[in-house]
Write a protein that binds this ligand. Structure first.
Ligand code: SF4
Length: 313
């Protein structure tokens, strides 16, 4: 038998229970807290796409995807960009992409290149198997499908070498307008912060939840732009270390931001009660809160592999 709880411990336990009851009253049930209502979804799409139309980076693969009328050429252009962007920064990819598309503007052109030529063009980008797989895929499309790219994400993933769930979703949404979501490292971070998901995103259950959220959120009218906007937000605003929340178009919907703000207010109130100078302490608290709390929701721990296609954009 353990020792009976002291008066002090009992008091503490009651306080803790009261606090947790208060939280339950404030917070909606877990499934709602980590999801989006229909109204929130509509609002999020609108805010994100308005921001994207105004702030998106001008990138060569985006121009090609917007101007190329031939579906196979368009899908090929997106495919090349997505493979190059896996494990490589945008700034590095741009020149490689332009040179590649100039040399092999179509699937046919790439299919008839030699492996040496492909490796030479890829030289410096690293992970050479990506280039080899891309060419294998081009050959397959030309010889087995008569030059016609598979038209939906499920088939792209099933039929093309090196094309995982992420890449298939990106090609299908950007090139064909299929309303399917994508989940890469940037999207994971944005979603985890928006809905306060602190669990390990590498676990299958959390990864499934994130894919469900991405598929639910994607705008059926502009799926390609929506997916690119989510990735763009993660790459340029909702960054891993210093998210620029004041510039974020989704700030009003962000549960992590809301939580940090609430914690800051309560910490400042505690300091005031203790007769400390809240103003001078606020800066420190703010820094701590963002470092310790907001960053908790940045957990792109999904491994970078062919299934997730985690890319650094
Ligand atoms: S408010 Fe901040 S943490 Fe939330 S999504 Fe925007 S940038 Fe990310």
């Amino acid at each position: 038998m353990g020792r009976p709880a002291s008066k002090k411990t009992k008091k503490k336990t009651v306080k803790k229970e009261e606090k947790s009851k208060a939280c339950e009253d404030i917070l909606p049930p877990s499934s709602l807290y980590h999801s989006f209502t229909t109204q929130e979804t509509v609002e999020l799409r609108k805010c994100l796409l308005t921001w994207y139309d105004k702030c998106k980076r001008n990138l060569p693969w985006r121009s090609l995807a917007n101007t190329e009328l031939d579906l196979d050429r368009r899908a090929y252009a997106v495919w090349v960009s997505e493979i190059m962007l896996q494990q490589t920064q945008v700034a590095t990819v741009i020149d490689y992409y332009n040179r590649w598309m100039k040399t092999w503007p179509t699937l046919d052109d790439l299919a008839s290149a030699s492996l040496e030529e492909v490796n030479e063009k890829w030289s410096g980008l690293g992970y050479y198997s990506r280039g080899r797989r891309l060419q294998e895929g081009a050959k397959k499309v030309v010889t087995e499908f008569g030059g016609r790219m598979p038209r939906i994400a499920e088939e792209l993933q099933k039929l093309l070498p090196g094309v995982g769930r992420y890449t298939a979703g990106a090609i299908a949404s950007i090139s064909y307008g299929q309303a399917t979501g994508v989940v890469d490292g940037n999207v994971i971070r944005v979603l985890c912060r928006l809905r306060c998901i602190g669990a390990n995103s590498g676990s299958p259950a959390v990864a499934d939840k994130l894919w469900d959220l991405a598929n639910h959120l994607v705008d059926p009218e502009r799926p390609g732009d929506f997916n690119q906007a989510m990735m763009e937000l993660g790459a340029t605003v909702c960054t891993p270390k210093k998210p620029r929340c004041t510039e974020c178009p989704l700030q009003s919907q962000c549960r992590a931001y809301e939580k940090v703000e609430a914690d800051l207010t309560s910490a400042a109130a505690n300091l005031t009660n203790r007769n400390l100078d809240p103003k001078s302490a606020a800066g420190d608290i703010e820094e701590c809160a963002f470092k310790l709390k907001l960053i908790q929701f940045c957990c792109p721990r999904v491994p970078s592999d062919k299934n997730t296609g985690t890319a650094f954009k």
